[in-house]
Design a protein around this ligand. Structure first.
Ligand SMILES: C[S@@+](CC[C@H](N)C(=O)[O-])C[C@H]1O[C@@H](n2cnc3c(N)ncnc32)[C@H](O)[C@@H]1O
Length: 236
C-alpha cells in the first residue's frame, strides 16, 4: 500500500478571512505539516493567520526561509533543500500544506516548489484562491474586462522599459508589486495617460486596508508590499 502523503498548495485569498474556498478549508484540515514561508516581506504571516483557524490542533508549522526569486537558477540550492525536506515528510506518510496568499499559481513562491516536486511522482493537489486583483476590483466596484476587452497584468518589478512597452499597448491594466518603485510607476502611468483612472489598494480585505485614488499626490510614500494598482487609459 502506498502511504505517501499529499502535497497541498492552498490559495487562501488576499486577506479577507471570508474569501477562502470550501476546498481550501477542506485541504487545510487535512495537513499534518504546514510550510510557512518566511521572506523579508511580512506578508507571508498573513497567509498563515488566514489558514490558522482551520488547521488541526496537532499540525506542525515549519517556518522556512524562501528567497525572493529574481533568478530561480541562482537560488536552486535553497529550493532543492526545501524540496528534499517536503519529500521526506510526504514519503513518511504525512500530508504537507503550503498556504499562499491569493492564488498559488499566480506570482507565488509555491510555483517554484511545485515545479521541483512535480517530476518526483508524489501526489500534488493545488487549490486555487481568489487573487488580490479580483478581490480589489470587487471591493472598489470596478469591472476589469468585458466583451472583447484585453486585460493586461504587469509586475511593476519588471524592467521599466518592458513595463512602459506593456503600458503603451494596454488598456485595462493591473499593476502588481508596485511597492518597490512606486514613484517611477506613477511617472510611467502619467506618461501613458493612465493616472486619472488609477486606483491603488493596499492590504485589500485586511483591517488596515488603504485605498488611494490620487496617485501623484502620494508618489513619494512608502507603500506596503501588498499594494496593487488597477487602471485603464484615460478616455476623457
Ligand atoms: C507575490 S505576489 C502574490 C500574488 C497572489 N498570489 C495573488 O493571487 O494575488 C504579491 C503581490 O500581490 C498583490 N497582493 C497580494 N495580496 C494583496 C492584498 N491583500 N491587497 C493588495 N495587493 C495584494 C500585491 O501586488 C503584491 O505585491
Amino acid at each position: 500500500m502506498d502511504l505517501t502523503g499529499t502535497f497541498y498548495g492552498i490559495g487562501v485569498g488576499p486577506g479577507d478571512p471570508e474569501l477562502l474556498t470550501v476546498k481550501a478549508i477542506d485541504a487545510l484540515k487535512k495537513v499534518d505539516v504546514l510550510i510557512a514561508p518566511k521572506t523579508e516581506k511580512k506578508s507571508d504571516s498573513v497567509a498563515l493567520s488566514i489558514a490558522q483557524p482551520y488547521l488541526k490542533p496537532s499540525v506542525e508549522i515549519f517556518y522556512r526561509t524562501f528567497p525572493m526569486v529574481k533568478d530561480f537558477a541562482a537560488e536552486t540550492a535553497v529550493f532543492e533543500a526545501h524540496k528534499d525536506e517536503i519529500l521526506k515528510l510526504l514519503r513518511g506518510g504525512l500530508n504537507v500544506g503550503f498556504a499562499t496568499l491569493g492564488d498559488p499559481m499566480f506570482y507565488s513562491t509555491y510555483i517554484y516548489i511545485f515545479k521541483l516536486l512535480e517530476p518526483c511522482g508524489v501526489p500534488i493537489v493545488t487549490v486555487p484562491g481568489v487573487p488580490a486583483f479580483l478581490a480589489i476590483a470587487a471591493q472598489i466596484g470596478r469591472p476589469l474586462a468585458s466583451g472583447n476587452d484585453i486585460l493586461t497584468i504587469i509586475p511593476a518589478t519588471a524592467d521599466l522599459a518592458a513595463v512602459n512597452d506593456a503600458l503603451a499597448r494596454a488598456d485595462s491594466t493591473v499593476l502588481m508589486k508596485v511597492y518597490k518603485n512606486f514613484a517611477e510607476i506613477v511617472d510611467a502611468l502619467t506618461a501613458h495617460g493612465m493616472t486619472d483612472e488609477a486606483v491603488l489598494v493596499s492590504r485589500c480585505g485586511l483591517d488596515d486596508e488603504k485605498i488611494i485614488t490620487d496617485l501623484a499626490a502620494h508618489k513619494d510614500e512608502r507603500l506596503n508590499y501588498l499594494s496593487t494598482i488597477l487602471t485603464s487609459k484615460n478616455r476623457a
